[in-house]
Design a binder for this molecule. Structure first.
Ligand code: ZN
Ligand code: ZN
Length: 670
């Protein structure tokens, strides 16, 4: 490797913008964040300004800001300006810190693998990455060695210097160290001059700014590597990308790593396999197979919603799967959504598999005359939908080609939109609350640039949505331009148990499809009017929701919906018969129960039930067999005492009716 020392000191060495020497002779006035001003000689560095303010600030300083622009601490102040010192507490620190740590990674890689070519290393959410072109892929052992070398460079506390030079000089440097990728980048830069940053034995092309020395860094963790094409183009060579988590404080890094660990443990693809819930097959790409336990959950969701539909004035309908393509021409799907649809030809007619339920619901609405007294009418449909998604993305439930939604369409006069939205908000709260999603974020999407429908309609629609949110006292963000092209909408986002956001529900006003399908109702005035259609879903795709629920609960499904609610554990073969008897009685009473009558030790049976994440275990031994009782062990609560089968059934029945997360002794006592 050619080190920068051999490359010679660049001829040009200044900080910041090029200025004439005359400018440096003057005194300039700087304004600090607290509004106070100071007179300093022009050309004073921000570091010197920080030292003038106080030694503590100078010690903490990572960079500075001149008139809002983040610059190196060494940058000179050349004219009157608002300045600020960036410390680890500043919002500007994080990106600077992450990107500087990316340089640190490249520094370490170059030391350990001198022939490696270096690519780019931007800051990203939660950290940064850096692309390399090594002779062989990095191994986990390599990552550990790179990390150790990085710590060494941090301890060396090497100053980080900005060097400005002509492009030719920079090209000479990077050619000298065989960094072809860097040379390629430099050739692509339109300016004549470029900046590089040097930290002792390592130099990198960069705009900056950076922390003043490597000793300021140190809070990072290299997490994994992945292949990445140079410049994201698959015609280019495949590089090795090292990803790192990086924060300004160790506490934040630790919290982030803990979250990653938790997320891995909760990964629904992993749990789906372990709990035997679903699988995929290459002959049906991106289309899940729900195994018996997965189907119990799936149908549990539908049963729950059906019960709520009955209480809330929804009527379930069943509509066709495949329609003449003509339908999708009227609805606009054929023109705007064709690439996401499946088509087939029968009897020389083109048919499309429905990607959404709405067009079918319009045909259903058209089958009779409606009066204002009949509306709103709410058609719910769990129909299977098919949408083409790129194949091979994941083995998960979050992006599938075959799914169904808790979909419904509300046909309503415009005047009743507000009260429908109001009722929907209550419905949404109830459903999310039942699954333990207590943090719900709401956004109101207003008219986009490209839209259909008269502005007067949009005015009314937007006002109705806003009024309902206000009346319900629901905080929300307004996102202008985020509405659907056919009407305004409200979106709902929940945060799961480890704080990750998930977009779930939506309710969207539609003024355009009632026109396309000539939907009408007879108003109080005896004349024909257009209803508004509200497209709405609370869980969205049931497949995707199940994936989210698995990760939210970590597979510890709420008692009321758990595929196996209780496992009966006979303590030995002698009580197997009795155990099966108990299980049969509980099953007959409507609980989902299994009996582990294998000839195994009780400890092994308990471990298996724990792995299945069964909400409760019912142990049957000599005492219980004689007395007709069961010894109850709860999933998280441990031993819950011995009780009669009837008492257990009553407690379980109450827990199901109340849809509790855990079967607890409180439920038992209630
Ligand atoms: Zn940089
Ligand atoms: Zn719809």
């Amino acid at each position: 490797m050619t080190s920068i020392h051999n490359a010679g000191k660049p001829a040009f060495f200044i900080f910041g913008e090029q200025e004439t020497m005359e400018a440096l002779a003057e005194t300039v006035t700087v304004t600090l964040p607290d509004g106070s001003t100071r007179k300093i000689p022009a050309g004073t560095s921000l570091r010197a300004v920080a030292e003038g303010i106080g030694p503590r600030l100078a010690k903490d300083a990572l960079a500075g800001k001149i008139d809002g622009k983040v610059v190196d601490l060494a940058a000179p102040v050349l004219r009157d300006a608002k300045i600020e010192i960036v410390t680890p507490k500043s919002p500007d620190a994080l990106e600077l810190y992450r990107h500087s740590t990316a340089h640190l990674t490249a520094n370490a890689v170059k030391r350990l693998f001198p022939t490696v070519q270096i690519g780019i290393g931007p800051a990203i959410e939660n950290g940064y990455y850096y692309d390399f072109n090594p002779e062989r892929p990095f191994t986990p052992e390599d990552l550990a060695a790179i990390e150790a070398e990085m710590k060494k460079i941090v301890a060396e506390d090497n100053p980080v210097e900005r060097l400005e030079m002509s492009k030719d000089e920079a090209i000479k440097i990077f050619e000298g160290q065989n960094d072809k990728l860097k040379v390629e980048i430099i050739r692509g830069i339109p300016d004549d001059r470029v900046s590089c940053y040097r930290q002792k034995d390592f130099i990198d092309l960069c705009r900056g700014p950076h922390v003043p020395s490597t000793g300021k860094l140190g809070v990072f963790k290299l997490t994994h590597t992945a292949g990445a094409y140079w410049k994201g183009d698959e015609k280019n060579p495949m590089l090795q990308r090292i990803y790192a988590a990086c924060f300004v404080s160790q506490k934040e890094l630790d919290e982030h790593l803990k979250r990653l660990e938790e997320a891995r443990a909760r990964d629904h693809r992993k749990l789906g396999k372990e709990l035997d819930l679903f699988s995929f097959h290459p002959l049906a790409p991106a289309s899940p197979f729900f195994h018996p336990k997965g189907a119990l959950l799936y149908n549990g969701l539908i049963a729950f919603l059906r019960e709520e539909y009955r209480r809330r004035g929804y009527e379930e309908v069943v509509t066709p799967q495949i329609f003449d393509a003509e339908l999708f021409k009227i609805s606009g799907h054929y023109a705007n959504y064709k690439e996401n649809m499946y088509f087939t030809e029968v009897e020389e007619r083109e048919f499309g598999v429905k990607p959404m339920n709405c067009p079918g619901h319009y045909l259903l609405y058209q089958t009779r005359l409606w009066s204002y007294r009949d509306l709103p009418v709410r058609f719910a449909d769990f129909g299977r939908l098919h949408r083409y998604e790129l194949s091979g993305v994941t083995a998960g439930l979050t992006r599938v080609r075959s799914f169904s939604q808790d979909d419904a369409h509300i046909f309503t006069p415009l005047e009743k939109v507000e009260s429908e939205i109001f009722a929907f908000l209550e419905f949404v709260d109830f459903v999310y609350g039942t699954f333990g999603f207590t943090e719900v974020e709401i956004s109101l999407g207003l008219r986009p640039e490209k839209r259909i429908g008269a502005d007067a309609l949009w005015d009314k629609g937007e006002a109705a949505l806003a009024a309902a949110l206000t009346k319900a006292g629901r905080p929300h963000v307004v996102t202008p331009g985020d509405g659907a092209f056919y009407g305004p909408k409200i979106d709902f986002r929940v945060r799961d148990a480890i704080g990750r956001p998930w977009q779930l529900g939506t309710i969207q006003c539609d003024f355009s499809q009632p026109e396309n399908f000539d939907l009408t109702y007879i108003g109080e005035d005896g004349g024909k009017h257009r209803p508004v259609v509200l497209h709405r879903a609370i869980l969205g795709s049931l497949e995707r929701f199940l994936g989210i629920l698995i990760e939210h609960t970590g597979g510890n499904f709420p008692f009321w919906i758990a595929p196996v609610q209780a496992v009966v554990l006979p303590v030995s073969d002698r009580f197997a018969e009795k155990g099966r008897d108990v299980a049969a009685k509980l099953s007959a009473a409507g609980l989902r129960v299994e009996c582990d009558d294998r000839n195994e030790k009780l400890g092994a049976k308990i471990r298996r039930a724990e792995m299945m994440k069964a909400p409760c275990m019912l142990v049957v031994g000599e005492k219980e067999a004689e007395a007709g009782t069961v010894a109850v062990r709860l999933r998280h609560g441990g031993d819950a005492g011995t009780m009669s089968l009837d008492a257990f059934l009553a407690a379980a029945g109450r827990a199901v009716a109340a849809r509790v997360q855990e079967l607890t002794t409180e439920v038992k006592d209630r």
